[in-house]
Design a protein around this ligand. Sequence first.
Ligand code: DX5
Ligand code: ZN
Length: 227
Amino acid sequence: MTIRILPSLLAADLARLGEEIDRAARSGADGLHLDVMDGHFVPNLSFSPATAALCRRRLAAGLELNAHLMMTNPERYAERFAEAGADTVQFHLELRDALNVRALAADLHARKARVGLALNPETPAEAAFPYLDCADELLCMTVHPGYGGQAFIADVLPKVRALRERAPALDIMVDGGVNAETAALAAEAGANAFVAGSFLFAQEDLAAAVAGLRARCAEAFARAWGR
Ligand code: DX5
Ligand code: ZN
């Protein structure tokens, strides 16, 4: 299965934001993960549509801009991120009672954006089951969203496995506390897409780190799932 590696801009050196985007773009990664926080769904604030547009301008056309909306009102802003050039817009399934998941997914698809459905660590796999047909990607948070640099929550791995068994062809992404060791555990459980912030941006040789992570994940996924 195709392995995707996405550095998270949250861990970049913000004083050199443009250069950091370029460094990730030249690293052999598949694109960039952009964390958007509203100070309400999570107790922190981060990037805006303007940052998404900056990333889009500096990323080559073939590289993915993956926007992770940690916000209570994704229906108010998702289109702004798609217009700014996000290829994938992810929003959270904890909002499923207050939000028309299918309508928002259809809006994004109409704008040619991929749809990612995100699950916090405590949210069960079953929350995603009714929506698998309108998602391109499932995002399993492996930390409590809001901050970079936290420790990977291994209790999420059975959920990754349950989702992979239920959705063999879907992209399943993990986000939070991902490094070479935890990524291999997640790949073995069935993840094929990996967001890494602190681990990747701390590396002097980002290209070598991305290549190493990709090889390790591909090997662990293939060993466990035979493809
Ligand atoms: C956390 C964000 C993550 C964060 C991951 O709320 O969704 O994308 O950047 O950072 P690390 O890899 O440092 O845990
Ligand atoms: Zn994220």
